[in-house]
Design a protein around this ligand. Structure first.
Ligand SMILES: Nc1ncnc2c1ncn2[C@@H]1O[C@H](COP(=O)(O)OP(=O)(O)OP(=O)(O)O)[C@@H](O)[C@H]1O
Ligand SMILES: [Mg+2]
Length: 251
């Protein structure tokens, strides 16, 4: 049996390990639907970890993608933020053509406002491998959602995650990310309040789970994630006008 090497950086899925060129992670009821969605994206030209079925212990097997997480590497430049915005757009455009099976099963802990297309739902610096290939990992929370809701989360996590930053400076990063997405005027206008609602939804998931005891959110909430997301919520809400001005400048 090959060595199993624990992989750090995740919170939600329980143990995630590397075995050779593969990753092993818990198999859940939604894994078959997620795998067929990921296979579809790959056939449409989106680079993702390749799903490789199930191992003898019943775990999901997927391709190991080498490289650091964006969260652990040097801060992304504005050109790189545009690139990531473009990656999100490519994922959405490919997803728009995906038709889930009638009995598809999805599990995403945060409810989406509508079901426009299947989205990743956790496009964040902790799920982007930035090696020779730039690849979003951790597709387990994929589920129907909307471009606006998925983009709001990605744009916020990549550009408005540091509440100590000068909002005017962060707003320029945000504008680059959203330009990379090639967002139209409707999306640009809707994003500031959507980002605030999306952060609120995360705070609600964490804090309400702390009360009900639902894991892993209860422990994450108590371990500092609750405070972190509340601070992000205050930052994103307090400077909504700065985000709006940066996003609609010149429009
Ligand atoms: N396909 C992959 N290729 C390379 N590394 C991976 C891959 N999948 C997972 N990892 C590594 O394992 C860690 C945990 O995996 P993953 O993000 O899937 O778990 P998680 O608990 O669902 O995370 P999260 O808290 O983001 O929901 C990642 O942060 C990454 O370092
Ligand atoms: Mg992850």
């Amino acid at each position: 049996m090959e060595d199993e090497q624990p992989l750090a950086g995740g919170n939600a899925a329980g143990p995630v390990v590397r075995v050779g060129d593969t990753v092993r992670k818990a198999w859940t009821a939604s894994t078959p639907s997620v795998s067929s969605y990921v296979d579809f994206l790959r056939s449409a030209g989106v680079d993702t970890p390749r799903p490789l079925g199930r191992d003898a212990q019943g775990r999901q097997v997927q391709e190991f993608v080498p490289g650091p997480l964006a969260m652990d590497a040097q801060a992304l430049s504005r050109a790189q933020l545009r690139r990531v915005g473009g990656m999100v757009r490519a994922i959405h455009d490919a997803s728009a053509a995906f038709v889930p099976a009638v009995d598809a099963c999805w599990h995403s802990p945060i409810p989406a406002p509508d079901a426009e297309l299947v989205c990743h739902n956790d496009l964040a610096p902790w799920n982007l491998i930035r090696g020779d290939r730039w690849v979003f990992i951790d597709w387990d929370a994929a589920a129907p959602s909307t471009r606006l809701w998925d983009l709001a989360y990605a744009a916020q996590t990549f550009t408005l995650g540091d509440v100590g930053r000068d909002p005017a400076d962060a707003a320029q990063d945000l504008a680059c990310f959203v330009t990379g997405y090639r967002a139209d005027a409707r999306l640009r206008t809707a994003l500031p309040s959507a980002m605030a609602r999306r952060v609120d939804a995360m705070v609600h998931l964490l804090r309400s789970s702390e009360v009900s005891g639902v894991e892993p959110w209860a422990s994450m909430s108590a371990d500092g994630h609750g405070e972190h997301w509340e601070a992000v919520g205050r930052y994103v809400t307090a400077h909504e006008r700065v985000w709006r001005e940066a996003l609609t400048a010149g429009a």
